[in-house]
Design a protein around this ligand. Sequence first.
Ligand SMILES: Cc1cc2nc3c(=O)[nH]c(=O)nc-3n(C[C@H](O)[C@H](O)[C@H](O)COP(=O)(O)OP(=O)(O)OC[C@H]3O[C@@H](n4cnc5c(N)ncnc54)[C@H](O)[C@@H]3O)c2cc1C
Length: 453
Amino acid sequence: MEKILSDKNIDELRHLLAGDVIVPADSEYDKARRGFNALIDRHPAVIARCVRAEDVAVAFDYARSHKLEVAVRGGGHNPAGHCVCDGGLVIDLSRMRTVEVDAEERIARSDGGATWLDFDSATQTHGLVTPGGVVVSTGVAGLSLGGGIGHLTAQYGLTCDHIIRAEVVTPDGKAIHANADENPDLLWGLRGGGGNFGVVTRLEFRLHPLREVMGGRLIYRGAGVRDALLCYRDVVGRSPRDLSCQVSLAIDESLVPILEIDPCYTGSDADPEALRRLRSTPGLIQDEVRKLRFLDQQRVIDTAYGEKRHYWKGHFVRELPDELLDELLHRIVALGRPPGGIMIESLHGAPKDWDVHPGAVGFRRAAFNVSVMAVWQDPALDAEQIAWAREGAAAIEPWSYSGGGYVNYMQADEPIERVRATFGNQTFDRLQKLKHRYDPHNILHRNQNIPPF
Ligand SMILES: Cc1cc2nc3c(=O)[nH]c(=O)nc-3n(C[C@H](O)[C@H](O)[C@H](O)COP(=O)(O)OP(=O)(O)OC[C@H]3O[C@@H](n4cnc5c(N)ncnc54)[C@H](O)[C@@H]3O)c2cc1C
């Protein structure tokens, strides 16, 4: 790779940064530049591993004076690979992971690079939670800024609904606060508008008391999968407030459909009717549903970091009619080889509680989020797998809620019209004005971008 910065330039940054500076010659460079999605293989000129807000300001300043593109890295999970750029500077927050809990006030203060493992471990010490993501290595800030759907969505709502305060370094190097009194419009934008406005060095969340759930997984195979999908739809269609539930459709090595249902029940019933119904559906081959500590529930879904290639595309939908479920079953068989799958996340319950939306997030009124997720290892399969995901998403489109998808799962090739559709015209226009105020030169464009207006 061509050397973009001289040793003298790099020393200058090393001198200013309290954290670490990583360049291509360093042994840890390869690990530090890689994200979750092996499809993305980029080589930044320099990685500024920050340890405090001042470092973030230094990194912005350095990028500006050396005309370097900027990428921001939290947990590194974004499937679009937004956390890394070729030849530019990465603001890497992976050393800023402290999570402080004020148990009395039920508030958590989470540094900009914390993962859900950091967060849940700290809050569960006090028997408290915020609804977060289902894979613990995902970044708290990255996930929250895009909305946040997980095991406790029906009970408590979206992750971004729980953000009450943020500390942000804007691309001009200013450290500002956003809360109900200070920059409330920025707080609104951070609740769903992504990493468009600045680098969030700290987020404060509301917490709820919760230690145990009834969770785990149910696996169905073969002819019973269709019935299990219909049962799932009916169960969540009743909007049980104490049951969040997502499902993943896949095929096994013999190309037979497999369905995994991941329920998370927090009610007081020892044998809840909704779970009884799911468990009594024919086709069930594995029942791992049981009482779990919340931290163990957060381990039910796990996936290797940086090993596989991913291409995801999907839609929020208004409903899940039989015809759409049959289409999804047809598409999963057409995939022709594992892994890869189709995920359905229900948005019933608490996300719908707000009359006036507290944030920019635009999907809370949709019924489900349906994502076609191609996952593979061999680069020779790139075109085939990407085509499968795109065709699957196109097949779902007739049931789409708004034409938009989930910004947290989008690839980098989504057109701006689809990002706009995700938010709706009015919200997108408001986000563009906000972007103009905080990042008029669109320095932070490696995201599902909201160009300044
Ligand atoms: C295995 C896996 C599981 C997932 N599970 C869920 C889930 O359960 N629920 C859900 O809603 N989503 C989930 N996601 C999607 C995930 O929330 C988004 O991809 C999110 O962007 C990841 O954040 P990150 O910090 O890990 O990623 P990164 O790639 O590090 O960051 C992605 C982008 O987020 C922004 N960003 C991150 N941190 C900051 C910060 N501190 N300040 C400003 N901007 C920042 C930047 O624009 C950055 O480029 C999952 C993704 C994967 C790969």
